[in-house]
Design a protein around this ligand. Structure first.
Ligand code: 0WE
Length: 255
């Protein structure tokens, strides 16, 4: 059993019970970690608050990761509350809906900027905020997707953002290695979350995924949480800069 008693974790990207962030939060909490869960804005407060109450001892914070001032005051509050931080989970991505349909060639300059700002720069910004609090080393975990490497129709500008995110993971791993802070990405198979809903072909994609993957099924949020728990623990003490697939083996197939 992995024991995270005495460890503190901050989780970004909780929208509702289908969020990957929620699967990860449940696993970290189950292992004894003390959690701070962040929600983006006032609108998300109620739903996030209900979930936060399900994990005793967890505190909720409002923080929009596209806002430097909010990031700064969040980490000041975490320093005040916990003194130190051990684990950071970044489960945030956004591109304007218009840029996730139609042709990639029509990607707008503003859509490109927003996708990279919210989905990639935010990891750099929160890592910079967290690092000074990770005085006993740490583990930073973000979420990626296979389309970073191979074309997934309609994922479009988000694919470039995930490619950039995986590279940011390597550069952050290099910067933070001397402080014994590890940085890794989990590349999850497709999951029905709020972010994935409204994507027209998601049902078909998940069906194809389940047919082609060696395990012949889809992955769920708690399975992603299991790998996050491993990455957060000492079991992964020599693992940094990696992108680990949690996709029932889908990515290994050539045909
Ligand atoms: O990373 C994601 C979802 C990211 C996402 C989703 C949305 C929908 C609503 C980012 N921004 C937005 N903006 C919105 O307005 N996934 C891995 C899930 C996903 O999204 C897809 C997929 C899959 C799988 C989009 C197109 C094709 C496949």
């Amino acid at each position: 059993m992995i024991d995270l008693t005495g460890k503190t974790a901050v989780v970004f990207g909780l929208a509702n019970k289908r969020s990957i962030a929620w699967g990860i939060a449940q696993k970290l909490h189950g292992a004894g970690a003390t959690l701070a869960i962040c929600y983006q804005n006032e609108r998300m407060r109620a739903e996030a608050g209900d979930l936060i109450h399900e994990l005793p001892g967890t505190s909720g914070f409002q923080c929009d990761v596209s806002n430097d001032a909010e990031i700064e005051s969040l980490f000041a509050a975490l320093k005040e509350k916990f003194g130190k931080l051990d684990i950071l989970v970044h489960a945030v991505a956004f591109a304007p809906a218009e840029d996730l349909k139609g042709e990639f060639i029509n990607t707008s300059r503003e859509g490109f900027r927003i996708a990279h700002d919210v989905s990639v720069y935010s990891l750099i910004a929160v890592s910079r905020g967290a690092a000074p609090l990770m005085t006993a080393g740490g583990s930073i975990i973000t979420l990626s997707y296979y389309a970073a490497e191979k074309v997934v129709p309609h994922y479009n500008v988000m694919a470039l953002a995930k490619a950039s995110l995986e590279s940011a993971v390597r550069y952050l791993a290099w910067d933070l290695g001397p402080k014994n802070i590890r940085v890794n990405a989990i590349s999850a198979g497709p999951i029905k979350t709020l972010a994935a809903r409204g994507i027209g072909a998601l049902g078909d994609m998940m069906k194809a995924h389940a047919e082609r993957a060696p395990l012949h099924r889809n992955v769920d949020q708690l399975e992603v949480g299991g790998t996050a728990l491993y990455l957060a623990s000492d079991l992964a003490s020599a693992v940094t800069g990696e992108t680990i697939y949690v996709d029932c083996g889908y990515n290994i197939m050539g045909f």
